[in-house]
Design a protein around this ligand. Structure first.
Ligand code: FAD
Length: 385
């Protein structure tokens, strides 16, 4: 392998470059990134950057020292075996990394609609979160909740419009989501509410009601950024389909990060995880696979969210759970744990209980049974259950 092309200069892309070099790949590497910025982390965009505590979140990496040819502001347009067509012309490769991440889903309508995916989005939105501004946030998922946190802190009048019956319902289910409703104090939270369109001056709801807003933020989810692969001979299904080695169906090609739907040995299903931990850790396996080494990506997925003064941390795969139990008091720090039919741990969501997360992730990995009576006692460490 002489020339590796990495498409997508986000965290997964740059970490794959680092992993290739760390494994001794001495050939040419070209990193293609649609954005004009050098690689940066996205989690701080909806936290420190939006709150005004940081201006950027650039990844601490030295592209020159890595001897990578970085094509900033260049998009891949299509792919055929051995050639990526870009907005700057064709580029041949003999190893390909697909790391194009995900892009926000927009709603119909002609009104201005903000999303929060890029550093530029964060700066634009931050400038609009001023005291008294009426801000309508569509979607009470992870991004919606974090934007609502920043908007409320900035003194805005905030309305959150959610199609489900509770915040975070899509992510972790209505029952757990309902436990977070109390955090929306001072916010006009509209549940079971569908948006028809985003229009000039606000949001039109299904049924006709109009919610006035100076700023509309759409946070209803993302889709894998794989449109550029539409005509390519590579399997796509909810992202780039890969095996457990992160190998795509096209020869000499791996996919990694938000755009990759990999086969999980652990859960015996295909997973596509749109979270930071995957973007930072999967590249090791992707680089090894590309270099012909044997490596398997099979993590206990992990992510976190900071909202309304709370730290939420999740590990596991709750669709594998059959029973939901709680540790701790709803008014204080609590965790939700999903148990399988055999009383092993499928997933844990820890709210301000970081030890539950750390111990829970290890227990999921080990796969041992838990004593459910001890489990519901928040004073018993999870590792002793
Ligand atoms: P991306 O970061 O999306 O990078 C892909 C890059 O590829 C982008 O720069 C894109 O412009 C580029 N690209 C796309 N198409 C092309 C093309 N055709 N040609 C060239 N370049 C292209 N996760 C957590 O676990 N916890 C959090 O608290 C958290 N907070 C988040 C907050 C925000 C605001 C956002 C947006 C995400 C957050 N995440 C969080 C998710 C996490 O940031 C993502 O999982 C991670 O960024 C994925 O990295 P990636 O490199 O796969 O994709």
């Amino acid at each position: 392998m002489n020339h590796v092309v990495v498409v997508g200069a986000g965290l997964a892309g740059v970490r794959t470059v680092e992993a290739l070099r760390a494994r001794g790949f001495g050939g040419r590497i070209t990193l293609i990134g649609q954005e004009r910025h050098r690689p940066y982390d996205r989690p701080p965009l909806s936290k420190a950057v939006l709150l005004g505590n940081a201006d950027n979140s650039f990844v601490d990496t030295d592209l020159a020292a890595l001897d990578v040819d970085f094509w900033a502001g260049v998009s891949a347009k299509s792919l055929r075996k051995g050639v990526v067509e870009t907005t700057e012309g064709e580029l041949g490769y003999d190893g390909l990394v697909i790391a194009t991440g995900a892009e926000p889903i927009m709603l119909p309508g002609d009104g201005p609609q903000h999303v929060l995916r890029t550093l530029d989005d964060a700066h634009e939105l931050r400038a609009m979160l001023v005291p008294g501004a009426r801000v309508a946030i569509i979607g009470a998922g992870w991004i919606g909740a974090e934007v609502a946190t920043a908007a409320r802190r900035a003194g805005c009048e905030v309305t959150v419009i959610e199609a489900g019956s509770a915040p975070l319902a899509t992510a972790v289910g209505t029952e757990i989501g309902a436990r977070t409703e109390r955090w929306y104090d001072g916010i006009d939270l509209r549940l079971d509410t569908m948006v028809d369109s985003v229009d000039e001056g606000g949001v039109r709801l299904v049924g006709g009601e109009f919610v006035d807003a100076h700023v509309v933020v759409t946070g209803i989810g993302v889709r894998p950024a794989v449109e550029w692969l539409a005509g390519a001979d590579v399997d796509l299904h909810n992202g780039v389909v890969t095996d457990e080695h992160l190998r795509a169906s096209l020869p000499d090609t791996v996919a990694v990060g938000d755009c990759a739907a990999w086969w999980s040995r652990r859960w015996q299903t295909r997973l596509r995880v749109e979270h930071w931990d995957t973007a930072i850790n999967a590249p090791e396996v992707a680089a090894a696979t590309l270099m012909g080494e044997e490596a398997v990506y099979d993590p206990v997925p992990y992510f976190w969210s900071e909202q309304f003064g709370h730290m939420l941390q999740y590990a596991g795969h709750h669709p594998a759970g059959e029973r939901l139990l709680y540790r701790g008091d709803l008014d204080g720090k609590w965790s939700a744990v999903w148990l399988t039919a055999g009383d092993t741990l499928a997933a844990v969501l820890a709210v301000d209980r970081p030890r539950d997360l750390v111990q829970g992730r290890k227990i999921i990995d080990a796969g041992h049974r838990l004593d459910t009576e001890r489990l519901v006692d928040p004073d018993v460490p999870l590792r002793d259950c």
